[in-house]
Design a protein around this ligand. Sequence first.
Ligand code: ADP
Ligand code: MG
Length: 726
Amino acid sequence: MANPRQVAIQTIATAKHQLNRVDFRKAHVKDLFGIHVFNEEAQRQRLPKSVFKALQKTLRQGQPLDPTVADAIATAMKDWAMEKGATHFTHLFQPMTGLTAEKHDSFLVPRDGGGAIAEFSGRELIKGEPDASSFPSGGLRATFEARGYTAWDPTSPAFIMEHANGSTLVIPSAFLSWTGEALDKKTPLLRSMEALSIQALRIVRLFGNSAPKKVFTTVGPEQEYFLIDKNFFYCRPDLINTGRTLFGARPPKGQEMEDQYFGSIPERVLACMAEAESELFKLGVPVKTRHNEVAPSQYEIAPIFEESNLATDHQMLVMEVLRKTADKYGLACLLHEKPFAGINGSGKHNNWSMSTDTGENLLNPGDTPHDNAQFLVFCCAVIRAVDKYAEILRLSIATAHNDHRLGANEAPPAIISIFLGDQLNDIIEQIEKGGAKSTKQGGLFETGVSILPKLPKDAGDRNRTSPFAFTGNKFEFRAVGSSQNIAGPNTILNTIVAESLDHIASALEADVKSGKSLTAAVQALLPTLIKEHKRIIFNGDNYTEEWHCEAEKRGLPNIKNTVDCLPVILKKETISLFTKYRVYTEKELQSRYNILSENYVKTVNIEGQMTAYMAKVLLLPAALRYQGEVATTVNATNAAGIDNSDQLDFLKKLTAAISPLQRSTNDLEKALAHLANGDAYAHAKHMRDKVIPAMNDVRKAGDTLETMVAEDLWPLPSYREMLFIK
Ligand code: ADP
Ligand code: MG
């Protein structure tokens, strides 16, 4: 009888997938975009003029919404949604699980005497009260006082989510406790954006620009992911329950040929991508690029940037739509940071900038950045922030999943540093020495082929190894994990830059007040800032051993894992930063510390339990069966009087390989059973120091057996199969 692995391969070989599920020849991209969004156009068409104006005022200037207009908006939204098949509405929020949460309510209201009407009031639009006692609150709320409220976020438009039998009106919302503490990731993000806006406007005003009323942070998050056949996925309890493979020997061919990056996209995958994109277009998510990534079966999707709050909501949709769509094509979408050991993991490149509401990108250097003082001020503010708060930035990407990636040879290291590129680095060096006089220009690119056009050359090369790189008119924070909600990292980025801008604005304002010209004030301030913070700038290869030594000499923090990162939340410096800008209260920070510690414990505990389970009921039985087969052969040849010393030798080797699996599994189970005294953090330490090493030992024993046991007995699809059979 074939084992599940073999059945999976046979099924894949003969499967017929329906690939032509969308047709862009009939439904054009431009006609699809935003059709499921209650966007400005829909609002203008559907709302009374005065209501539309009031809503726009809220959206553009951040003014609180007049509650009296909420009923009119709710009714218009409901009518619009019902025309698109909606039966229910839901407040979509982002609890501390890192996922999204939704509870659906129908529009239906039965009427006395029979019949029913559809109703949706302004009150229901503005506020929801899910019984939210089971979401992690990190001690912010006891279950006996479990009230949690969702509050409509009008700055992220409502949309329609279709399902097989209808659709749901989805209302992006914040999630707060009865006492007003943030229980989610959206609320702090919105607070951080406001904090940055206030400080950035001070700088913009100093430079004489009074037109902007708001500064937005903008984000364009690139998402990396794997797609493997679902038949394999279902044979891997580790992938199903932990998101990553806990066993798997290195395949003979991995990614060493570098033949996958930007390679031609397999047909089934391309069809899946096209449908996912079409769904995202309908939801108003401006997805722009797709390509094969470095690892086999790894891909990337990237949108055009938007203001951070919307970009975050859209990013959550990207992950959800990718997962759902993959399923329709017989694929499983893996968003874990490191699904396959020894193969590149996945990240989320968080491209970040600041922009005025009048459309000026404040990190756009222009053609001659050396005399673009406003740009240099904003740029130095970021440099200062990243240096001063490197530990907090590192904290923003610390998860058990991302620990497998940061510092390995493919992802940026756990050491936070900034890459500026030749051009900007040259200017910064000039400023430090007393003033920037010139900008290195790129010139033209010589191809050596007369029929090719002469291409303008960028002034600097790219760097793919830096965790935080200036890429022309934005910074790219590359260390964010592929399954992370980007709200967290952006909340922190916005807050540390807000503090920096505050510091700089205060210095410049004081100088100007005392009679100095702004130019003189800037010329005095920037060299000091650069001297103080240039240790964070590194333009070389961040993967090398030399950089690790150099970084240590410079005194840059190198926090290698999540457990070491977590105490940063409770540092005095962290608390005063976040409370000063009203992004997190002290209580909220304490709750994040608890939740993140618990999260780490739970993640590793599930992995540990799964490792032991798989070792016992999948791997050991396969190994014992094979041992039995070999022993039978050895006995039979022995009985026939044939020299079988090599076979006997193999039986000994096999037996010697099975014992470590059993012993290490026992050790792992002991480590898992150990109840640490103390809090979640003490537990987390135990997980890191005892459980993870024990898991690694079991894996090592399992992977050794994978290369010894007959393939027809081995139950788990191998790396070779999962990554290359498409
Ligand atoms: P690269 O090729 O350097 O990765 P792209 O121009 O393709 O750069 O952009 C990568 C991502 O950066 C895209 O999602 C893009 O929308 C985003 N991006 C571009 N400009 C900005 C900006 N001002 N703020 C935030 N993100 C941006
Ligand atoms: Mg990329």
